[in-house]
Write a protein that binds this ligand. Structure first.
Ligand SMILES: Cc1cc2nc3c(=O)[nH]c(=O)nc-3n(C[C@H](O)[C@H](O)[C@H](O)COP(=O)(O)OP(=O)(O)OC[C@H]3O[C@@H](n4cnc5c(N)ncnc54)[C@H](O)[C@@H]3O)c2cc1C
Length: 812
């Protein structure tokens, strides 16, 4: 066994084997994998191992598609061939128009990744799968590349090829401890001796938190018991002369694929069970949980109705094994929050289908710092500290019960809520607020007209349309108030704070006290990493001179890790998170200044407090820090208040607002208004796949300012490659539905771009979308089409900021 290596991958299931293989593909051969038992002895060996292209966003589709391409290559490699039934085809069934509409959207989204899905009717489903009945069936989504793979052969093949490229695999070697040194390298302690390594990767499946504990962290991953059975041979299958397609059923919660000449049927029962919550026996390896088919009787009946042949055939084998879930159902693949040189590839619930792709994206992150796709949907930093294993278990149970039921736009399921609240949450609920969830925070979405109001879930504009229109109108003509909780706020102090930020930010950094600036941070490839509001606060009785770095609620751990990683040894810079201590009240509208004059003694005139100012003051008797910034495009104040005083500030503002017709508004109105302004959302429109020029942020880049992170690569790429895509604002010629993120932009039958955001602009009366399109199509007036859930709708490029393009209103 080596005593020193570059990377130690811990765990020899599909996650670990794929990571090891892809590290060697990326050119790193001094890498090892350690496995406590035999390869695949965790969950992988007994997996049903279905492999599909279907994913909820383009990154997921792209990585699954990579798995399929890789598995085909391995299948055909005579050096170590793998059993892979590629192309049996698979149907995701539907019995509601909403599901069918969703499938049309997913087909539109997948097309942008080069993947073809077909939406077919019930008769066509039955034609392609002769064993099913069409009772209560509307149709389904067809993936012609669906299939299944031999999981053990796959992992052995990946390990074989990795070994051939120089990697080493140590079986029967359990990791027992992890020690990180001052230079961020690691010593991996095993029962066979120590290995020093630059980087460690946790790929430990259901034992993820045993190894996480060795490095002092806990991951939001929980395990569920999951069962399938395999039938005896079925004469209809023997006689068919072709393999049966796969089925996935959101109506009765099961999947089904051919296994030899019988069927393998797996269940997502409502009466489901977590596993291993109180620890896992060290001897549980190559093992299964006891069968319990009684638990799946409810879903079994649905499967019998759909496939009557199942009632006539015997069961040969039952498999019940642990399967891991995270808080939102997607795995955690990437850097471990708060740690250096530590990565994970965990929480895989469809690890065979996805594992090839996850290992690929993780290896790219380890070797290059970033992957070819934006991997935020997989990033372990996307949940903050609130996401513990208890909360994850509640979401895991909910997710398991809804395995094949995708989330509709704006849908937030009830389990594990509320997780993060402010002193105002109950107050706003009493005012009729409906909440959306942002990084666990309950944030006002809109105000319900009555407690029984429930919009219809779907891809069309719903019953909130008129409510949002009224909220926007009130903000545009009078004044509105909303709470923005969870906003990430890092206080940066120290003499070198501005020099540090100057290096991190690609544009000018405002150093003047009392001033605010919007700034963009790039990664080392010159692509968009983060967006921040930089506010310079002078020394006061509340603290020394400092910068407030503000960014999206979801970026809490991501941005802190990025900033911390770039502080130089002798630099005088300190960080303190205020995210959980302060909450923002946003006051917006032409009467906002009048309200401020009533609640605060300061001079709020345009001269004394112009746009992009910051000052400390009191709102009534509540201490506050006020920023003159606007996401709505109206005159607005961002009022940051310590949570202890939040209710007091809110009452003062509400009281003062009465004379000015103040209303409450929520995130849906904000979304509509920011799109009319051309303002962007981090991880919707601000992605690591694009640089600031492609994103339309050239005015925030100062190329002649001296060194900043990403500058060299930005300039080199710009010189050598040029613009690959350009972000545009589109008007979509439809009044029934917005363009949804991921939808394909089409021209002459070809995909020329992808939508990142869409909403109705109530002030301009237009259906707006942002999309990244081919640069030659970015001119205003260019006409294309958006595939809006299967319907080709005309879309025209317009000015990026259709409402008040000169920003004169918000500067007023
Ligand atoms: C019944 C069932 C059916 C499934 N069907 C499908 C399907 O159809 N399609 C699909 O894509 N997915 C399916 N899955 C899920 C899929 O099998 C898993 O997502 C996948 O196998 C997880 O792989 P992994 O590498 O993350 O974990 P594992 O396979 O559990 O591997 C983790 C490895 O880490 C090792 N390890 C743990 N601790 C240590 C330590 N301290 N030191 C060294 N090594 C350690 C373990 O021994 C183990 O080998 C199914 C799962 C179940 C239970």
């Amino acid at each position: 066994m080596k005593s020193r290596t570059k990377v130690v991958v811990i765990g020899g299931g599909i996650a670990g084997c794929s990571t090891l293989y892809h590290l060697t593909e990326e050119g790193w051969s001094d890498v090892v994998l350690v496995e406590r038992d035999e390869l695949t002895s965790g969950t992988t060996w007994h997996s049903a191992a279905q492999v599909t292209n279907f994913g909820m966003n383009q990154t997921m589709v792209g990585l699954k598609s990579h798995s399929i391409q890789l598995y085909k290559k391995l299948r055909d490699d005579p050096a170590y061939p793998v059993g892979y039934h590629h192309g049996d085809g698979g149907i995701r069934l539907a019995n509601t128009p909403g599901q069918m509409q969703g499938y049309r959207h997913f087909a539109s989204m997948a097309r942008g990744m080069g993947v073809t899905f077909e939406v077919i009717d019930a008769a066509e489903c039955a034609r392609r799968h002769p064993l099913i009945s069409t009772e209560s069936l509307l149709g389904g989504l067809w993936d012609g590349e669906d299939g299944d793979i031999d999981p053990a052969q796959l992992c052995q093949a990946l390990a074989f090829h990795a070994r051939r490229a120089g990697a080493e695999v140590y079986r029967h070697t359990a990791v027992t401890g992890l020690i990180q040194h001052g230079d961020d390298t690691w010593t991996v302690q095993t029962d066979k001796g120590n290995i020093d390594a630059d980087i460690v990767v946790n790929a430990c499946g259901y034992r993820v938190n045993e190894v996480a504990a060795m490095m002092g962290v806990q991951h939001p991953v929980a395990s569920m018991e999951h069962q399938y059975f395999v039938t005896e041979d079925i004469p209809e299958i023997v006689d068919a002369g072709h393999r049966m397609p796969l089925l996935r059923c959101p109506i009765s919660d099961y999947y089904c694929r051919q296994e030899k000449n019988g069927l393998l049927v797996g269940f997502y029962e409502q009466d489901c069970k977590t596993w291993g919550m109180d620890g896992i026996s060290p001897s549980f390896a190559n093992d299964l949980c006891p069968d319990d088919l009684n638990r799946v009787m409810d879903v079994l009946e649905g499967a019998f109705r759909r496939m009557p042949v199942l009632t006539r055939v015997g069961i040969k084998r039952v498999v019940n094994g642990p399967i891991t879930y995270t808080i939102d159902g997607a795995p955690l693949v990437g850097p471990i929050p708060g740690k250096r040189n530590a990565f994970c590839i965990i929480g895989l619930r469809a690890g065979l289908g996805e594992g090839g792709g996850h290992g690929w994206l993780l290896a790219q992150q380890i070797v290059h710092g970033e992957a070819c796709y934006d991997t935020w949907c997989l990033d372990p930093r996307r949940f903050a500290g609130h996401a513990n294993v208890e909360l994850t278990s509640l979401k895991a149970i909910e997710d398991y019960r809804n395995e094949f039921r995708f989330h509709f736009p704006h849908e937030h399921r009830p389990a594990g809520r509320p997780a993060r609240t402010t002193p105002l949450t109950a107050v706003l609920a009493a005012e009729g607020a409906e909440f959306t969830v942002v990084n666990g925070w309950e944030r006002v979405d809109y105000i319900k007209p009555d407690p029984a109001f429930h919009p219809t879930p779907g891809f069309d504009f719903d019953e909130t349309f008129d409510l949002v229109a009224a909220d926007v109108k009130a903000v545009q003509t009078a004044v509105g108030l909303t709470e923005v909780n969870g906003f990430n706020r890092i206080e940066i102090t120290g003499a070198d704070r501005h020099a540090f930020l100057d290096r991190m930010i690609c544009g000018p950094v405002t150093k003047r006290e009392g001033r605010v600036g919007l700034a963009y941070l790039l990664n080392h490839h010159g692509m968009i990493k983060a967006e921040a509001t930089i506010a310079n606060l002078p020394a006061s009785d509340r603290g020394s001179a400092r910068v407030w770095y503000g960014s999206a609620a979801a970026s809490e751990l991501h941005d802190m890790d990025w900033l911390r990683a770039h502080v130089r040894e002798a630099e005088d810079v300190q960080f303190r998170s205020l995210t959980n201590d302060q909450t923002i009240l946003v006051l917006a509208g032409p009467r906002a200044r009048e309200v401020m004059r009533v609640v605060s003694r300061a001079d709020w005139s345009k001269d004394a407090f112009p746009w992009l100012s910051v000052r400390e003051c009191f709102i009534g008797f509540a201490p506050a820090t006020v920023l003159g910034v606007s996401f709505s495009g109206e005159l607005a104040y961002e009022i940051h208040v310590p949570n202890a005083s939040l209710h007091a500030a809110y009452l003062a503002l509400r009281e003062a607002g009465k004379a000015h017709g103040m209303t409450l508004f929520g995130a849906r109105a904000v979304e509509a208004m920011r799109m009319e302004k051309g303002f962007l959302h981090w991880k919707a429109d601000l992605l690591t796949e694009f640089d600031p020029f492609e994103t339309g942020l050239e005015r925030f880049v100062t190329v002649d300012k001296g060194a900043f992170v990403g500058k060299d690569m930005l300039l080199r790429r710009h010189r050598d490659i040029g613009m690959r895509k350009k972000r545009v604002t589109l008007t979509v010629d439809a009044s029934h539905a917005p363009a949804h993120p991921g939808a394909s932009v089409m021209l002459h039958g070809k995909v020329v771009g992808t939508v990142t955001s869409g909403a109705w602009g109530h002030r301009v009366g237009l259906n707006l979308a942002y999309a990244f399109v081919a640069p030659d199509l970015a001119e205003a007036g260019t006409v294309m089409a958006v595939d809006l859930c299967g319907e080709m709708v005309t879309a025209t490029v317009i000015d990026p900021s259709p409402y008040d393009p000169t920003h004169s209103i918000m500067r007023h």
